[in-house]
Every structure is written in structure tokens, then in C-alpha cells.
Ligand binder design. Sequence first.
Ligand SMILES: [Zn+2]
Length: 66
Amino acid sequence: MYIGNAKDKEPCLLCGQPVEITGFSLTTDDGLQKFCCAGCLSIYQLFNADKVKPTITPLLTKTKKK
Ligand SMILES: [Zn+2]
């Protein structure tokens, strides 16, 4: 899998992988945190619910249920 040049990509706060897709970010007490995927973002949210500012609704609210 080609990941590309990771140099100018920010690492995911949770797993450390370069963030390929923007949109999975949270505003927290520590500033804007970026994540590589909705999974990492939601896990971080779970453990840092008190730090996360509930202002931004990330893309992951798009849950399709059938
Ligand atoms: Zn990640």
C-alpha cells in the first residue's frame, strides 16, 4: 500500500500513523488534535470526554443504518 510522503502529514494522536484524510479532528483543551480515522477519533473521545470540546461535529456522524 502506498502511503505517500509522510513528512508533511501529521501523525494520528492515537496510533501515530500519518493522517491521510482530514476531517477526523477534535478541538480539545490541548488544541486541535488529528486522527487517521473515525475509529481512533472515537476511542480518543471515549477516554478524553472531559477534554474534548463539543463544538465540532466531525464527519463520523454519518452513520448509515439500514
Ligand atoms: Zn489512528
